[in-house]
Design a binder for this molecule. Structure first.
Ligand code: WTA
Length: 633
């Protein structure tokens, strides 16, 4: 069992140990797990190539650590508790033993369909128990899962399937989301015309809606598991064998397939889960993220299940059938730790306190947030109205790339301060660098957030493109991992995240590369070019502002173009990436060398253009006045 830090003194001691002797520190954590063969070396690393390896030559299977290791104590204890979209429908509780059998059964089915260790399997599914079963079954047999959030378009799915060269897609007929039914299988069908690597599609029946099943390719889940035994011998994996690929948007080009490996990710996700949330046996943990994002990977599935926790999985949305749904779930299951996103809180705040009437919320002990900075107003609302002033808030900073929470209070142990992620998790050595790469030591400094020493949960590479991994994360500041975030360390040594310093915008907690959105906009036949920037948005944190240059206006005029641009982005990427504001302009401000001056556009979008800084290098300064006049918002 992972030891839990229980006092501030304990944190300080453990943090110190982790910096002074990281190998010994992580050895102690890793010893809590079941290894078929112990590692011969704890760590091998350099940030130049980069190459990072943890627990070298250790042999294990992560599902053996979830199931066999927990079975003696927790056979009949709930593992996953599933709440459906519609509260009228019955939920499902799977104990550790029941989940184990289902995972084994599907693992056998995967093997029968020809999936082998190292094969890539894309999972494109709504939040139903089979999603969890599918990912764990992949891990059981050593196949590499790549989960794609089911809100992504067919085109985004094609890109991810092809990049991973996936052999199989696991999906469902349709999905429920609020009062909508999403045609999931139809999106997969549309994608697969362009995905030659895919041999089979497994389809879970969720709604019973009509779908086309392609003979020889498509198999119903219930047929695939028929007669499959409920035992499966776990594949023996090396610590550094890939566990999963998860795509995330970058500032340029196509999405990056972030690679996590088995041993290090296991130790890190479990260690952070237990310590940040201060999970105790029998607590009910509820993370509202979708498993399609890293938060769902690490804190609905791997972290909690490795710790033998009870983890709640919710199919629906916070506002269906009404705005009190999340609070109703908290009461229904007596949730002890709630982990959600600031954007959800800001949106729920707009309904006032009425949805909280008749809700007790007394079971709550810890509240968490993730994905973007939490503004003070939302922090206080969460603290006062949800936590009733009694629950510490853990504002957890981390990334798909870090694998687990990296800067965060440990609940009830590290004193919190609204809008501060506070202090690093043991094992994380954050540094603040100025733009020249000089470490800014001491207090009250602001700059680029980097991490100077490896931790077990960090990414190992970008799938199929190690050079890009090096360029994006390890080149700007030599010898450091660069997060892409700006940060301030205040007079108490606390960290406050200041947002991205690259061309990524974080909208409702989702990362979106401006280049990716621009490419989608530019596919519009009348669009000549475009530039996308973020601006402060009351609910989403950041909104998407697009400046668009058209060759001519369609019959619908500016409004017509605006609408079709928005629709286009939704179709090409996902509704998440839809611009909130589209301004048609006659040109974009550029330098003489032809580079778009995004700094200027950002200031205009932010309504903060009294001082635009140096515009002497601009090709056509008159444009700025025109753009300001036409500004939206
Ligand atoms: C942002 C999500 C401020 C940040 C787990 C980071 C945050 C990006 C916080 C990663 C936070 C995440 N405070 N900003 N508590 N948490 N971010 O990969 O910009 O989806 O780099 O991982 O979200 O987003 P990702």
């Amino acid at each position: 069992m992972i030891r839990k830090i229980t006092t501030l003194g304990g944190y300080i001691r453990e943090y110190q140990e982790s910096v002074e002797n990281p190998k010994l520190f992580w050895t102690h954590q890793a010893e809590a797990f079941y290894w078929r063969k112990k590692w011969d070396k704890v760590l091998d690393w350099n940030f130049e190539e980069p190459s990072v390896k943890w627990f070298l030559n250790g042999k294990l299977n992560i599902t053996e650590n979830i199931f066999e290791r927990n079975m003696f104590l927790r056979k009949d204890q709930p593992a996953i508790i599933w709440e459906p979209n519609n509260p009228e429908e019955e939920g499902i509780t799977l104990t550790y033993e029941e989940l184990f059998k289902k995972v084994n059964q599907f693992a056998n089915a995967l093997q029968k369909m020809g999936i082998e260790k190292g094969d890539r399997v894309v999972i494109y599914m709504p939040m139903i128990p089979e999603l969890a079963i599918a990912m764990l079954a992949c891990a059981r047999i050593g196949a590499i899962h790549s989960i794609v959030f089911a809100g992504f378009s067919a085109k985004s799915l094609v890109e991810r399937i092809n990049d991973a060269q996936a052999k199989m897609v696991i999906t469902s007929d349709e999905g429920y989301r609020g009062n909508k039914t999403i045609q999931i299988k139809a999106i997969v069908d549309e994608s697969l015309t362009d995905c030659p690597s895919v041999e089979n599609v497994v389809v879970v029946e969720r709604t019973g809606g009509a779908v086309d099943m392609k003979a020889g390719r498509d198999i119903w889940w219930h047929d695939a598991i028929q007669d499959m035994p409920e035992e499966n011998e776990a594949a023996e994996m090396d610590s550094e064998d890939m566990l999963f690929i998860l795509y995330t948007s970058g500032s340029t080009g196509k999405p990056k397939g972030i690679v996590h490996t088995t041993g290090g990710y296991m130790v890190y996700s479990a260690y952070t889960f237990k310590n940040v949330f201060q999970y105790s046996d029998n607590d009910m943990f509820f993370c509202t993220a979708d498993i399609g994002w890293i938060t769902g990977h690490s804190y609905i599935i791997y972290g909690p299940l490795l710790c033998g926790a009870k983890t709640l999985m919710f199919e629906g949305i916070p506002t269906f059938p009404d705005e009190g749904r999340l609070w109703e779930i908290v009461d229904k299951y007596q949730v002890n730790q709630l982990y959600t996103a600031p954007t959800a809180l800001r949106s729920l705040m707009t309904y006032g306190e009425e949805p909280l009437d008749n809700k007790s919320l007394r079971s709550l002990k810890v509240l968490g947030t993730v994905g973007e900075p939490i503004n003070e107003e939302a922090w206080h609302w969460y603290h006062d109205h949800i936590g009733k002033g009694n629950c510490p808030i853990v504002d957890t900073w981390w990334q798909t790339e870090t694998g687990g929470i990296s800067i965060s209070p440990l609940a009830g142990i590290i004193p919190t301060k609204p809008s501060f992620a506070t202090l690093p998790i043991p094992g994380i050595q954050p540094v603040v660098l100025d733009n020249e790469g000089k470490e800014l030591s001491g207090r009250n400094v602001e700059g680029n957030l980097c991490i100077k020493f490896p931790w077990p949960g960090m990414l190992r590479t970008i799938y199929g493109d190690h050079e890009r991994c090096k360029n994006v994360y390890f080149s700007k500041f030599k010898g450091y991992y660069f997060t892409g975030d700006g940060v301030k360390r205040d007079e108490d040594g606390y960290y406050r995240l200041l947002g991205r310093v690259d061309d990524v915008i974080v909208v409702s907690g989702h990362n979106l590369g401006t280049a990716e959105i621009e490419n989608a906009i530019n596919e519009h036949p009348l669009v000549h070019e475009s530039a996308v920037v973020g601006y402060p948005h009351e609910i989403k944190g950041q909104g998407i502002y697009a400046f668009v240059v058209c060759s001519e206006l369609s019959t619908g005029g500016e409004e017509g173009i605006r609408n079709s641009v928005i629709k286009g982005v939704s179709k090409i990427i996902s509704p998440i990436a839809k611009p909130d504001r589209v301004q048609i302009v006659s040109g974009l401000p550029k330098t003489r060398s032809g580079k778009i001056m995004r700094r200027i556009l950002r200031k205009i979008a932010e309504n903060n253009y009294s001082d635009l800084g140096d515009i002497s290098t601009m090709l056509d300064p008159d444009l700025v006045d025109e753009i300001i006049k036409g500004r939206i918002g």
